[in-house]
Design a binder for this molecule. Structure first.
Ligand code: SF4
Length: 612
């Protein structure tokens, strides 16, 4: 929440361990947009000497519109050291930290902010909130939960704001709020921030995919956010709260406090006329997933009635060109021993909730691993399946990348139906065992999406899972800007083929995604831009900062095929595809394509007595 008098001075505190390597202009832009005539910056760029780095540590006075920090060499910037800053630093540090190292703050979190009313997992505690609340709780914080949920899209209003208003009134001592932001939800997040900013005197932290991929755009376009945190929040969020020492935005922030906050990596923020950034080029990752606390006591019956969903590994070793995950190409996980301990704790929590081990319902015994790539570390997966099959919990489902299934070849027996609960006294429910991030079955499309495998690999993976008698659901994104009708047909023909070979073990995740969403900055977005087809991206508008076109952020809602016949073919297939009838999907698709490609064909056929 920024307040700069027009023509006044904005202040920046920057820790740039890699020197001025990009992005700092965003801060300049923000100061300029807020009306500052001049910016006074404390810059600590005293990292290792080398290209683009320097020994600068001191105050700079800069004209925000005239300065182009990215291009400037440190030597040509006239700096002046501030004794005041250094004196303030020691004083601020003493005041900022809680004496016992604990947080002692009340923090508002959202149970499942991005589920949307009626959406998947509505009302259930989301894994990101579960991890964050566990870490904050272990550090002494008290978490207050809100059930507000958001939907993607431009017109989507947050649901549950009235209840949130009551919650805030009941908890006037909330001093921090954590919000997760995805690109598709930006309009709704802006509305939520506006609601919160007008009602609470609490620092608002935003994290998640959008702040991680586009921290400077986030700073520019979410003025209601006080802190932008890149990457995993479990360690850095408690650190920042400790630095804040329970203070609130209305108390103001000294440059000394900001400098302390800047010791964290991947953090940007603002308070009044002060802007700060600590190693903004870095993304936070937890040191070890084994060391993250998970408080099973946070789980209630409504969270686990249909079984628990855990994400105990992060990332994958792939690099799909449409993906916005900051963990892509980087897999890390909790060890099998840690997973076993957590599952023991989960089982004890179940017994507590249901009144004894014998009273735990069968559905709650199912444990799902909603990871990006559960099978990425096969020995780990085998170990987890092994101890699950020896106990009374079972794998409800796993999610994995298909390349890991291809690499695994024939799956070890332990990853068979017994581990997935199909055993005497096990589950009798019809369920999907494995969700696979296949995305497409057409050779050209797989290349466009940067998937790194072809259809032959998919066949091997499907046969490997079917051979293990596992029911699989493959993610499918039917179209993108470059899709042609032949790609749609190729997909449908291959679905028919895979179903005929694997029977009920093969399916797609239904409803299938009709359109790719090429978010700004992704590889697929750049490919669309390069081809001159940006007009084919349906957007919910563009977030803009007047005078700074480089911060335009288009809100992409869906890719629309440049080839109109591809849209016709895909639309016609959708109904049957979503009903799981791939043959009818192909018939419907071909018929619609023929009608659209040659509108006179039916009249000519009738004239020749050939029927339709
Ligand atoms: S496999 Fe999934 S998480 Fe990994 S890069 Fe591809 S889409 Fe992203």
């Amino acid at each position: 929440m920024t307040a700069i008098e027009p023509g006044g001075t904005a202040r920046l505190v920057l820790r740039l361990p890699r020197g001025f390597c990009g992005g700092e202009r965003a801060l300049m832009a923000f100061c300029a947009a807020a009306g500052a005539a001049e910016t006074s910056a404390f810059v600590d760029a005293s990292g290792q000497p080398g290209p683009g780095r320097g020994e600068l540590k001191g105050w700079l006075r800069l004209n925000p519109r005239a300065s182009e920090l990215r291009a400037a060499s440190l030597a040509c910037l006239s700096g002046r050291l501030s004794g005041w800053f250094r004196a303030g630093s020691a004083r601020g540090a003493a005041q900022a930290v809680f004496p016992d190292g604990k947080i002692h703050a009340k923090i508002l979190l959202f149970r499942n902010l991005l589920s949307g009313p009626g959406g998947r997992g509505e009302g259930q505690l989301h894994q990101s909130a579960f991890f964050l609340a566990s870490s904050l709780g272990a550090a002494g914080g008290k978490v207050v939960w809100s059930d507000v949920s958001l939907k993607p899209g431009s017109g989507a209003a947050p649901s549950g704001l009235e209840e949130l208003g009551r919650l805030l009134k009941k908890n006037p001592d909330i001093s921090a709020i954590g919000i997760s932001v995805l690109e598709a939800y930006l309009p709704a997040v802006k509305r939520l921030l506006a609601f919160l900013s007008s009602r609470v005197d609490a620092f608002i932290f935003v994290g998640g995919m959008f702040p991680t991929s586009h921290p400077w755009h986030c700073l520019a376009h979410l003025p209601g956010a006080d802190f932008i945190v890149r990457g995993a929040g479990e360690e850095v969020f408690p650190f920042l709260l400790r630095c804040l020492g329970g203070s609130r935005p209305s108390a103001g922030m000294t440059p000394a406090m900001a400098a302390r906050l800047c010791r964290a990596d991947g953090v940007l923020g603002r308070a009044g006329d002060l802007f700060f950034a600590g190693a903004p080029g870095r993304v936070n990752r937890v040191g070890s997933m084994d060391s993250l606390p998970l408080d099973m006591g946070l789980l209630e019956k409504e969270d686990i009635g249909h079984g628990a969903v855990f994400s105990l590994s992060r990332g994958c070793l792939n690099s799909c060109s449409f993906c916005t995950s900051f963990d892509k190409g980087h897999f890390h996980s909790a060890s099998p021993a840690r997973v076993r301990d957590l599952l023991k704790m989960y089982r004890e929590r179940l017994a507590q909730l249901f009144g004894g081990f014998g009273a735990i319902p069968e559905s709650a015994r199912g444990v799902a691993f909603y990871d990006d790539d559960f099978l990425s570390d096969l020995p780990r997966a085998v170990s987890i399946a092994g101890f699950l099959s020896r106990g009374d919990l079972y794998l409800n489902f796993i999610q994995t990348g298909i390349k890991s299934v291809i690499a695994a070849g024939k799956l070890p027996k332990v990853l068979g139906p017994a581990a997935f609960g199909r055993r005497p006294n096990g589950t009798t429910r019809e369920k999907t065992d494995v969700y696979v991030g296949t995305e497409n079955f057409s050779e050209d499309e797989l290349i466009r999406l940067g998937k790194g495998y072809g259809y032959a690999g998919i066949e091997r993976a499907v046969s490997s899972l079917s051979g293990a008698r596992l029911r699989q659901a493959h993610h499918l994104i039917l179209t993108n800007v470059f899709t042609g009708p032949q790609n749609v047909f190729e997909n449908l023909i291959r679905l028919i083929r895979l179903r005929s070979k694997s029977g009920p073990y093969f399916d797609i995740l239904r409803p299938a995604e009709r359109h790719l969403q090429s978010f700004f900055g992704t590889g697929t977005y750049r490919a669309v831009e390069k081809a001159g087809f940006l007009c084919r991206l349906k957007t919910a508008g563009v977030l803009a900062l007047p005078g700074f076109p480089e911060f335009d952020f288009p809100l992409v809602e869906e890719d629309r095929p440049e080839n109109a016949l591809a849209s016709v073919a895909a639309s016609a297939a959708s109904g049957a595809l979503d009903a799981g009838d791939f043959e009818r999907a192909l018939r419907d698709s071909l018929a619609a394509y023929i009608r659209a490609a040659d509108p006179g064909i039916h009249a000519r056929r009738r004239a020749r007595g050939m029927g339709r």
